[in-house]
Design a protein around this ligand. Structure first.
Ligand code: IMP
Length: 216
């Protein structure tokens, strides 16, 4: 068994012992945030785009299925452990839409102003005015896959409200229309470090670290 395939005797999870990891994403916003999260662990992260790895089609019906297929494809293609996230914006009254279609709502031109407008139009069609009618969440499935096919997957979320008009210039995607519960500014009005403390990605990442990264 390789070093990377070790399991701690008191944990059902595989422990990550490598120094290099592929971040299986071509989304610069996500790569930046994942790199920030990995920094304290001294892990060298290379992105799928740096290595010219193809992006597999997201054919899954859930965040978990898509995260797993992306991580596995990158791990097998690179021969290194790979970390993939599948995430999205989920509005309760819209039956969880745009959900796994969050990137696709922005179209080929990645027009998130348009995608946010679509969310708002659908909320207005439902006459959603009160905060509880505008409940939304960011959800993130995070998978660490090894070239031998072993995978560890964790799901994180952050709940809040979908607001209009969009506010703030930081972050990416749907950040300008999301206010997390207990806060009064959108994710796009927060500094990266502030969002990282409470985000869906940070929540999933914490679970991954607790399960698979050895405390130093
Ligand atoms: P995918 O996981 O690559 O399919 O894309 C997820 C999409 O969800 C992104 O393109 C964003 O539109 C949206 N999304 C995921 N995480 C965030 C976030 O932290 N802020 C804003 N939008 C996000």
């Amino acid at each position: 068994m390789s070093q990377a395939a070790q399991k701690s005797p008191d944990s059902p999870h595989r422990i990550f012992t490598e120094k290099t990891l592929i971040v299986a994403s071509h989304n610069q916003g996500k790569i930046r945030e994942i790199n920030e999260l990995l920094k304290p662990f001294g892990i060298v992260a290379k992105s799928a785009s740096e290595l010219n790895l193809d992006e597999p089609e997201e054919t899954g019906d859930t965040f978990v299925e898509n995260a797993e297929l992306k991580a596995l494809a990158a791990a097998k293609a690179s021969g290194l452990p790979a970390l993939a996230d599948d995430s999205g914006y989920s509005v309760k009254i819209l039956n969880g839409d745009p959900g796994i279609y969050s990137a696709r709502w922005a179209g080929d031109h990645k027009d998130f102003a348009l995608a946010m407008q679509m969310v708002e139009c659908k909320l207005q069609d439902k006459d959603a005015q009160e905060d509880d009618e505008r409940a939304a969440a960011f959800i993130c499935a995070l998978t660490l896959a090894w070239p031998d096919g072993h995978m560890e997957t964790f799901e994180g979320r952050v709940d809040g409200t979908s607001i209009w008009p969009p506010k703030g210039n930081n972050g990416f995607g749907y950040d300008p229309i999301f206010i997390a519960n207990g806060y009064d500014r959108t994710f796009a009005e927060m500094e990266c470090g502030e969002k990282q403390k409470i985000s869906h990605r940070a929540d999933a990442f914490k679970q991954l670290v607790d399960a698979c990264f050895k405390a130093s």
